[in-house]
Write a protein that binds this ligand. Sequence first.
Ligand code: RM4
Ligand code: MN
Ligand code: MN
Length: 433
Amino acid sequence: MSTIADAVERDNAARRATLDEDYAHLERQLERRHVDIEALVARATAFRVAIPSWGVGTGGTRFARFPGPGEPRTLLEKIDDCGVVQSLVRVTPAMSLHIPWDKPRESGPGDVASIRARLLERGLAIESMNSNTFQDQPGQPLSYKFGSLTHTNFAVRRQAIEHNLECLAIGRDLGASSHTVWIGDGGNFPGQIHFRHAIDRYVESLQAIHAALPDGWRLFIEHKCYEPAFYSTVLNDWGISYLCAREVGDRCLSLVDLGHHAPNVNIEQIVAQLIRLRALGGFHFNDSKFGDDDLDSGSIKPFQLFLVFNELVDAELEGIPGFAPAYMLDQSHNVTDPLESLMVSAMEVARAYVQAHLVDRAALAEAQANNDAVRALQILKAAFRTDVSPILAAARVREGGAIDPVAAYRASGYRARVASQRPAPATGGSGIV
Ligand code: RM4
Ligand code: MN
Ligand code: MN
């Protein structure tokens, strides 16, 4: 058993020589392609992806949840776990919170002051707040069974709006800078929902939330094609998300969650469209085989992840005005140690980002101008096939992180240590939808 810092030092010492060798080799390879490896290390170092507070607990499916040992029971413990991830991978300095799952206590441990202090201690900040009107909470007067922000009854909509305003107030206290709204509203049967009236109610509710946004904040709306409603979802796709965002207000932007589209939809093209419309506010990374599976980023379709970043990096390099999407992991870790999944996922997202910087954009533009499809794909594949692991590892090490975060984490004995300090609660916490 050792602290994280000890484990990093020991594990890095054992891997240092191999990393140096691999780095030097990659440096020579990239020189032949006229790419400066140090510039890529700088990109990798500057990259950021936020961790959702709900990602550090074990997720569940609608069938079961199998809690792991040492799950965090409070926001303070979630901050501790996120601090571990950040100290090892060094690209995850921000957290995203879900209210009421992460609601601060009135006083004592877990209140706003103690949360702020713990964040500071762990080198973390809060980025986005997330409202939760897809569940009923104990003691809540009105139910969301038939909808929240788009409910037919004004009193239910009012309650859902109030909840979002509370999220803004908590977020302001904790230093957040954006609010993300995903609702489960929709219908299970044809005829159940009046499509046009439901979206009218959605826009009206969102306008009330938008009007209360603190200075400098952005409001993200997240579409999803199905689930928990299985026939129709109120905010079902990116187009309706864009149109609603425009009606809601100038600080309202669309958020893309990789798992929220029908199978085989071209998500990278959606990303490009939203960028063109200056409407891409944020991104939830995860991976999927069939639906909103919330599997680990890069585990199923790494080429798709790369193609998404190809669009994001293209926009970044072009300097599109106002382009500053907030990146976050949004995953459900059902069968792994969540901290391991988060570390690997953050590294996979950073990998796709760095690989996208390897695309020879001048050559690609030329291939496109000449309608040379084979050459265009070759250019993308050359970037995608490059193993940038030594770049990512070098960026981590220079920032004090681990060459091999999972190995260092396992060697630290952190999970066993928190398992003894955090007895499992009688009831399992929330999974993820
Ligand atoms: C939804 C959506 C939201 C997340 C919830 C828990 O499917 O992805 O972003 O907050 O799950
Ligand atoms: Mn999401
Ligand atoms: Mn989701």
